[in-house]
Design a protein around this ligand. Structure first.
Ligand SMILES: Cc1cc2nc3c(=O)[nH]c(=O)nc-3n(C[C@H](O)[C@H](O)[C@H](O)COP(=O)(O)OP(=O)(O)OC[C@H]3O[C@@H](n4cnc5c(N)ncnc54)[C@H](O)[C@@H]3O)c2cc1C
Length: 387
């Protein structure tokens, strides 16, 4: 069987790429192969849902500048048969707080974000205290609030993309890719567990935390590994004023959710691997002290649930690897390694990769620097400051 574009992995990234390929070329045959259409272990439904423009790299800011307005209109754009695709977007802001030693980096990023049209507000500690009276600001040097950012429901986003793509003619196969055949600079065939054999013109590796397993099928390795991260739902006994999504340099990151809050403290010290086991002590040992330090109200807090999920962590530089080139293969495109910010960038990445595949060049957002070549050249492209 032939297909123009075969996408391995039907999470947020794979579904977004499928949607945009079909949007840009309604005649393109697009097939998504997803081994588990319930997404029981996939990263997307386990994400916290934060969407922000607070980055240092222009590419990441541009991806957010494209994606967040896309989320604004998502319900209508992704409507199928008149049914809107609500994603629960809450634009209650995104706040980065830093100690005095972080002011210089925050200033540089703030200047760049402002220059790129982001609606950011610089807050000195006393101004921060005025806005958020419950916050302990004594150890803080400054903060930046991005007013038009916030959070959304990851599962709804995924379903919105998938249903819309299906309505436009994209096929989602419930199957697993178990092999790839190559000849010189081309992937020639994709073998599925069912025994099916597909011969696509282009293959997209959107397998998230498992992207490296797919690369191994063409005899290549990429620096992307699964990195476990916990997302906790917790409540405070005492009320706190309405908060934005809040992130600090010690990596505490959380946001309001229902009657409580959702978030955690991701760590790079975690062994890499496909492990979704929950460490029941992590909240009490790591997250609770960080929360209680920042807000007195969290001295008495109850953690109601903990869920483990996997980052597709790019240990080379913490950013996505996008486009062809792995193993010299011209029709094998990576879209993985998002290291904790793949959900918010799914629309921008989907659009960009669709352009690259169909038109041979980036038109909307130039993601050339996120390509495989930087790995070959040993030139990491790191986010400065908090990621
Ligand atoms: C706790 C947590 C919090 C996060 N918070 C945020 C956040 O606030 N904001 C944000 O932007 N990002 C966040 N992220 C990151 C975000 O979840 C990911 O970057 C994003 O979901 C990646 O999407 P994906 O489609 O690449 O991966 P996935 O959703 O994992 O999809 C990959 C799919 O590939 C499939 N697959 C794998 N191998 C095969 C195969 N051989 N054959 C067929 N299918 C295969 C898998 O079944 C899976 O469904 C968070 C992640 C975690 C774990």
């Amino acid at each position: 069987m032939t297909t123009d574009v075969l996408i391995i992995g039907g999470g947020a990234i794979g579904a977004a790429v499928a949607y945009f390929v079909r949007l840009l070329d309604p005649a393109a045959e697009v097939t998504v192969v997803e081994r588990d259409l319930t997404y029981a272990r996939a990263s997307t439904p386990r994400a916290s849902g934060g969407v922000r423009r607070l980055f240092s790299l222009p590419e990441n800011i541009e991806l957010s500048n494209f994606s967040i307005p896309f989320f604004d209109d998502f319900a209508e754009t992704m409507a199928v048969d008149g049914v809107h695709a609500d994603i629960g977007l809450k634009k209650n802001g995104y706040l980065f707080i830093v100690p005095p030693s972080g002011r210089d980096v925050l200033t540089r990023n703030f200047d760049r974000q402002g220059a790129m049209g982001v609606n950011v507000v610089w807050l000195e500690p006393d101004e921060l205290k005025q806005r958020f009276p419950s916050m302990n600001v004594e150890d803080l040097g400054a903060a930046v609030l991005s007013l038009d950012d916030g959070w959304l429901d990851p599962h709804s986003l995924l379903m919105g993309f998938r249903k819309k793509a299906q309505s436009m003619g994209v096929e989602f196969f419930a199957d697993e890719v178990v092999g790839l055949e190559r000849a010189a600079t081309t992937v020639t065939a994709t073998i599925l567990r069912s025994g099916r054999r597909l011969e696509p013109s282009h293959v997209v590796n959107a397998a998230g935390a498992w992207a490296n397993d797919i690369c191994a099928m063409v005899g290549e390795r990429v620096p992307i590994e699964p990195l476990r991260r916990f997302e906790h739902y917790f409540e405070s006994q005492e009320p706190i004023e309405p908060l934005p999504y809040l992130k600090d340099t010690q990596r505490l990151a959380f946001r309001p959710e229902g009657r409580g809050y959702s978030g955690g403290v991701p760590t790079l010290d975690e062994p890499r691997g496909d492990n979704l086991e929950v460490d029941q002590q992590y909240f009490e040992n790591v997250v609770w002290p960080a929360l209680a330090h920042r807000f007195d109200q969290f001295e008495r807090t109850i953690c109601r649930s903990t869920m483990a999920g996997l980052y597709d962590q790019n240990d080379f530089d913490g950013n996505a690897i996008i486009g062809p080139g792995v193993g010299g293969l011209a029709n094998f495109h990576l879209a993985a390694g998002f290291s904790g910010h793949g959900l918010m960038h799914a629309p921008g990445v989907g659009r960009a990769l669709a352009e690259l595949i169909l038109r041979g060049r980036y038109e909307t957002i130039d993601l050339t620097r996120f390509g495989w070549q930087r790995i070959v050249d040993s030139k990491p492209l790191r986010e400065e400051g908090i990621i």
